[in-house]
Design a protein around this ligand. Structure first.
Ligand SMILES: *[C@@H]1O[C@H](CO)[C@@H](O)[C@H](O)[C@H]1NC(C)=O
Length: 282
């Protein structure tokens, strides 16, 4: 049951590969006007937000383990991903033929036909910042520009002789409503995994994933949610049990009104994120 998402993603990638081998890389940028609109939760998750700034509704993804009870109601943000406007996944061969580094920024803006002042240029710059900044203590990170490179890195972290399993947030029934109250329908299922690699999308003209693994105790959950309007989501979520090393300005502390290090911090994954664990996990 659990390996089905992997299969469909692989098939999707294969189809894209066939399609892309016929097209030129420059076409990639053609329909990525939507790029800067991509949810940048991982950025908000990692950088501080001034205490004066009102909280964005997209930050309604955080919770604490105390919330993990049947019947618990909380306002959550989940956006539908429109595959027709999402950045395309490139094959490794194609991705490797395009430089991916801030040192090539002028060349890349030219290549993708974005002006220096455009929001897309800003988004690309931000993405490089996140990919090139050194990892936090106890964190391993990698930016993947193809599914193949993502899998290679996940195997490096989780074990070369291990089969991998992927967890995602799945929409069973989803309206365009982004923020609403959701109720936990069943006892959340903990996926017991020795190590977890979480991959978040970053805004870029083609699909780029920020993958990372945090040392220390992390718990992965599948949580059945029912929205007030009948939306049904099988959500993936992670709890970071030890937040002592975290930046005190981390927005999660402000959202949850907890002190750094005093409480675990959990968050739901948006629907386009991929969470990899060894397949022996259950
Ligand atoms: C969720 O429910 C609470 C209390 O029932 C209500 O005050 C709040 O406005 C609701 N939030 C949303 C986003 O609908």
């Amino acid at each position: 049951m659990e390996f089905r998402p992997t299969l469909s993603i692989l098939l999707h990638a294969l189809l894209l590969f066939q399609f892309l081998s016929e097209s030129r890389a420059r076409d990639i940028a053609k329909d990525c006007d939507n790029m800067h609109g991509i949810l940048k939760i991982q950025e908000k998750e990692q950088t501080s937000i001034s205490p004066m700034e009102p909280l964005n509704s997209q930050l309604n993804i955080f919770f604490t383990p105390k919330d993990l009870n049947i019947g618990k109601k909380m306002p959550l943000f989940f956006a539908i991903k429109d595959p027709s406007t999402s950045p395309q996944l490139l094959s490794r061969k194609e991705a490797d033929s395009i430089p991916f580094s801030s040192t090539n920024l002028p060349y890349l803006l030219d290549f993708f036909l974005f002006s220096k002042e455009s929001p897309q240029a800003k988004a690309i710059e931000d993405t490089f910042f996140h990919c090139e900044i050194s990892a936090m203590k106890g964190e391993s990170k990698f930016c993947a520009t193809s599914l193949e490179s993502m899998l290679d890195w996940a195997k490096e972290i989780l074990g070369h002789n291990t089969q991998l399993k992927v967890y995602t947030t799945d929409f069973i029934k989803k309206s365009p409503v982004t923020l609403q109250n959701y109720t936990i329908l069943q006892k959340p299922k903990e996926i017991l995994a020795p190590k977890i690699v979480a991959c978040h999308t970053l805004p870029y003209p083609y699909a780029v994933f920020y993958c990372h693994m945090q040392k220390g105790e992390n718990k992965l959950f599948k949580i059945s949610l029912l929205g007030e309007n009948g939306d049904r989501i099988e959500a993936a979520a992670i709890c970071h049990m030890d937040t002592k090393q975290w930046n005190h300005d981390h927005v999660a502390f402000r959202v949850l009104k907890v002190q750094p290090g005093s409480s675990p911090v959990c968050h739901f994954f948006p629907a386009d994120n991929l969470v990899w664990v060894p397949s022996s996990s259950m």
